[in-house]
Each structure stands twice: as C-alpha cells, then as structure tokens.
Ligand binder design. Structure first.
Ligand SMILES: [Zn+2]
Ligand SMILES: [Zn+2]
Length: 325
C-alpha cells in the first residue's frame, strides 16, 4: 500500500479517506454546458456574420491580455501558488482580468486547481481529475460536466482569500462581470466587437484551457517524474507563447510553487518575462524559483543532459533540488 507523499501534509486539500479523489460520478452540468456552448455559438455564428479585421484584432488583443495578465499571472501564479509578491491593487487587477477568461470565479477556480493538484499527486485518482479518458470523452466531461465525488475531501482556503470581499464579490458575479465589456465593446464597434471581443475570447479561453490540460497530462515531454503520482505533467513546447508559458506542465508538476515555468534554455515563458519587467518597475518581488522550494523525495530528474543551468543574474539561487534516479 503506497503512502501519501509528505509534501501533501500542508496542502490546502486534506482527506482522511483514500477514496476521496477516486470515487465519484460525472454529471452533465447545465450551467457549465450552456455557458460554453452559448459562447461558442456566438463566436461561430455571430462571429462569422460580423467578421472584420478590427473585431478580429480585438479578439487577439483581449485574449492575450486576459491569458497573460489574468490567467497565468493573476489566477495561477499569484492567487493559487502565491509564487511572487506584488501590491494588493495589482493582485486584484490581475485576478480581475483572470475572471475574464470565463472559466470560473477566483475562489471556484482555486478550489478546482487544488483538488486536481492534490488528486494528481495521489497514487490513483478519478479519470476526470487526471484527464485520463480518451480525447472526446475528456472534451465532453471537462467542457460540459462536473464530477460529484462520493467522499469529497476538505478544501481549506486561507481567510486572506476566502474572506476577501473583492474575491467573494467576483465569485458571486463572475458571469455578470462580462456584461460591462459587452456594453463597452458594443459602443465601440457594434455586435461584431461583442461576438469577437467577448464570445470568441471566452470560447478560446475555456476550450484552450481544456485542450492544453488534456495535452499536458497525456502528450509531451517529461524531464521530471513525480514518483507514485496518478499522472505526470507533460511539457507541450509548441504552445509556449499561446499559453503564456503555462504549457511547461511537467516543470509545474515538479515545482508547483515556482513563479518561473519555463526552466530550461529555450523554454519560452511570457509570464515570467512580464514578472521580470514588473520586478524592474518595483511592482513584483520575491519571485520563487525551484531552488527555493522544499525538497520532495518523490521527485526524480529523468534526463539531466537536457537541463541547462540558470542564466547568471536571473537566478543565483539553486536552480533545483531533486533526487536523481
Ligand atoms: Zn497537472
Ligand atoms: Zn498550478
């Protein structure tokens, strides 16, 4: 009987029952399904009827902003992992932009991330939580369904987040938060700007989040193995710019608390580049790197020859600590 990794002792998710992340059923979620399919319909039909290069440019620009500043920096590297420090007003701005990806509210997204993170580190977990089914079943599940666990674990969020009035307000209104943008974009360029600037952007964000999640747990390269884990993260190099660096998921499974996701030379990481720029402006500091994280006995470096040392000045601290095979 394998034992749980010691690194889970301080995890936000705690379960006394080993069935907590294995037993459950997948149910169609009308709210999730109609949200995604409604946005996708608006993007496909409305977008096709109202196409203009200006609307398409709005789609590209607004999608890049919410993915880079919102999802990668705000929701993931800051709110979930607290991997860097910044002024509170900047944290709020980044997380607010993250809500505009259209996945969930900030607290809901944090809970989903933590449940998956915990489950994937366990020896076994439900297929829903590790993208373990075929491509089409996983697409149906993740974009239209929810997992109801039979013995759900406890997810403990720190009061700094769960009690924050701003985050609680965003959580209660995350769908409605798109309405001001609908009004603004309609005023700027009519329905074409709404279909491309809101519907197509949300569709790209939600669909892309699933697609990269599927690829990053099934296909791609591995430089580290988390021994005993239900699933390994994969690095999916060809989408490094599109995902703002979030595609280096093998690195992320190995060093979840690192603010830098692209670790080796050539692993492009736009989110990290922006953090370095913010650091120069005095707006971000205390960025954590793999060497700053506690050792994990279960972490194994698979291919040391592929690794490069950090550039001088970028990270003088120890780049990584892990057990070699
Ligand atoms: Zn993962
Ligand atoms: Zn994460």
């Amino acid at each position: 009987m394998p034992t749980d990794p010691s690194s889970l002792a301080t995890h936000r998710v705690q379960a006394s029952d080993s069935r907590a992340v294995t037993l459950g059923t997948v149910h169609w979620s009308p709210k999730k399904s109609f949200w995604f399919l409604g946005m996708a319909s608006g993007a496909l039909f409305g977008g096709a009827l109202t196409f203009s290069w200006a609307a398409f440019g709005l789609f590209l620009g607004s999608t890049a902003i919410v993915l880079l500043f919102g999802h990668s920096l705000g929701s993931h590297r800051k709110l979930v992992h607290d991997s860097f420090k910044c002024p509170l007003w900047l944290e709020y701005t980044l997380v607010y932009l993250g809500v505009h990806v259209g996945l969930a509210g900030p607290i809901g997204l944090l809970r989903q991330h933590e449940l998956r993170d915990y489950a994937q580190r366990m020896p076994i977990c439900h297929d829903y939580l590790r993208h373990g089914q075929s491509f089409w079943i996983d697409a149906w599940w993740q974009l239209n369904c929810e997992l109801n666990l039979s013995h759900p674990p406890e997810i403990r969020l720190e009061a700094r987040i769960s009690g924050d009035p701003f985050y609680r307000a965003l959580e209660a209104t995350w769908m409605v938060q798109h309405v001001p943008l609908v009004i603004l974009f309609y005023a700027m360029g009519g329905w074409g700007f709404v279909f491309w600037g809101v519907c197509a952007r949300v569709t790209a964000g939600v669909f892309g989040h699933w697609l990269i999640g599927y690829l990053a747990h099934n296909h791609g390269t591995m430089e580290h193995e988390v021994r005993g884990a239900a699933v390994q993260g994969r690095n999916v190099a060809f989408v490094s710019l599109l995902t703002m660096g979030e595609c280096w998921h093998n690195n992320h499974h190995a060093f979840p608390g690192s603010a830098k996701l692209g670790l080796a030379s050539g692993e492009w990481d736009p989110g990290w580049w922006v953090l370095l720029a913010l650091e120069r402006l005095g707006l971000a500091w205390a960025m954590r790197l793999p060497g700053d994280l506690p050792e994990r006995p279960e972490l194994v470096l698979l291919n040391p020859t592929l690794r490069t040392q950090p550039k001088a000045g970028l990270a003088r601290r120890s780049f990584r600590r892990c057990v070699r095979p």
